[in-house]
Ligand binder design. Structure first.
Ligand code: GDP
Length: 406
């Protein structure tokens, strides 16, 4: 048994949203590679040989597309939550957006904003999910970072704040300007990053982008506004503080560039998940329904249990129910209340799911995402609570189709 309770401030539950083909699978895989969760660099080839999640899973016996995959980056616990790509699974999409605390929107540097990007973006807004953007495929002919940033303003009504700016595009794509660090980043084929001083010809672009980030961060608070007015700029630390608040409040969207395929830009993106996306406790408490009234859910580990089943999968070992704990603590062997069914249910084994293995844990607490083995009568959308406080987090209307992707 491993220890269970991770510091909530050090965890990030996030998803990746994208139009099909923008590079979500490739990026997910690169994230798992860079964090050491998987070790073989498989490739999702262009053209006819394109592999999807299922093929990748079959080939390696791993579950890149699992409901929720754990990884660790710089002392932070990441849970990468799968968001179904297909808009036909509307309820599944909504449910997965609901359980994550932040998202990376992957945009193709070539195609830019696509219809599905707009749809999922609006859904994420509806669920108040803070976002960062990764402009992918900068190695491809026709990639145009500035155009995509402009489309974010025009078509998504977003306030983009580029924090890495690609240098060159297609064949000449050679790295990126780190705006807050005012340095040049480059990657070798394996994704290893080096940084160096900015060449003179990039200084003006880098300073402009820094000034833009400072101006946006200045809006976060009165203190930052006055610091900005006094000095006509902000320090990188002040920008970090302000921009984090602006991002979590969904008033700004940090933007990064790279090529998942070429392993370029992954490390700054992993840092960005820590730097800009909220921890569970930085999110507003969700509301639940208790005896017909709307109530705010207590979000500490000592509050009454409130957990949403957001995915149930079945394999050779039986069922695995993925739950997001909003409040309270779940322990192996507990008997809890399935508030949706109005019935007691016993908690069997608890697992943290990694790309290629499950790790048993004794307990899990508010803010975490955990899998329960063999949960009786489990269906997505159900709430686990206590009998004393039998609140439900989601009510599904009778007759509403519930689509299981498993
Ligand atoms: P998804 O549908 O969003 O999951 O997209 P995939 O990750 O499956 O990628 C779609 C196609 O684009 C695949 O053929 C990938 O190899 C390719 N691709 C993904 N990222 C990049 C990139 O950064 N550069 C290039 N040139 N191709 C990429």
């Amino acid at each position: 048994m491993t220890a269970t309770t991770t510091l909530r401030a050090n965890s990030r539950n996030f998803g990746i949203i994208a139009h099909i083909d923008a590079g979500k699978t490739t990026l997910s895989e690169r994230i798992l590679l860079k964090t050491g969760e998987i070790h073989r660099a498989g490739e999702v080839h262009d053209g006819a040989a394109t592999m999807d999640h299922m093929d990748l899973e079959k080939e390696r016996g791993i579950t890149i597309g699992a409901a929720a995959t754990r990884a660790v980056w710089n002392g932070h616990t990441f849970t990468l939550i799968d968001t179904p790509g297909h808009i036909d699974f509307a309820i599944e999409v909504e449910r997965s957006l609901r359980v994550l605390d932040g998202a990376i929107a992957v945009l193709s540097g070539v195609e830019g904003i696509q219809p599905q990007t707009e749809t999922v973006w609006r859904q994420a807004q509806k669920h108040a999910v803070p976002m960062i953007v990764f402009v992918n495929k900068m190695d491809r002919v026709g990639a145009d970072f500035e155009r995509v940033v402009g489309q974010m303003r025009d078509r998504l009504d977003a306030l983009p704040v580029p924090l890495t700016i690609p240098v060159g595009a297609a064949d000449t794509f050679a790295g990126a300007i780190d705006v807050l660090g005012q340095r040049l980043l480059s990657w070798d084929a394996s994704g290893l990053m080096t940084s160096s001083a900015l060449p003179q010809n990039l200084a003006a672009i880098a300073l402009d982008a820094y000034a833009h980030a400072a101006a946006v961060a200045a809006d976060a608070s009165d203190a930052l506004t006055s610091a900005y007015l006094d000095n006509d700029t902000l320090s990188a630390i002040e920008i970090a503080t302000g921009l984090r608040a602006m991002t979590i409040a969904r008033r700004a969207v940090p933007v990064f560039a790279g090529s998942a395929y070429k392993n370029a830009g992954i490390e700054p993106l992993l840092d960005a998940i820590v730097d800009w996306l909220p921890s569970p406790e930085e999110r507003a408490a969700p509301t639940g329904l208790l005896a017909g009234a709307s109530v705010s859910v207590g979000t500490s580990p000592s509050d009454p249990l409130a957990a949403l089943v957001f995915k149930v999968i079945h394999d050779d070992h039986g069922s695995l129910s993925f739950v997001r704990l909003y409040g309270g603590t779940l322990r192996e062997g507990d008997t809890v209340w399935n508030a949706t069914l109005g019935a007691p249910v016993r908690i069997g084994r608890l697992y943290v799911v990694h790309a290629d293995r499950r790790v048993g844990v004794e307990e899990a607490s508010a803010g975490s995402i955990i899998a329960i083995a063999g949960l009786k009568d489990a269906l997505t959308g159900q709430t686990l609570s206590t009998k004393a406080v039998p609140l439900t987090l989601e009510t599904i209307q009778a007759g509403e189709p519930v689509v299981a992707l498993a």
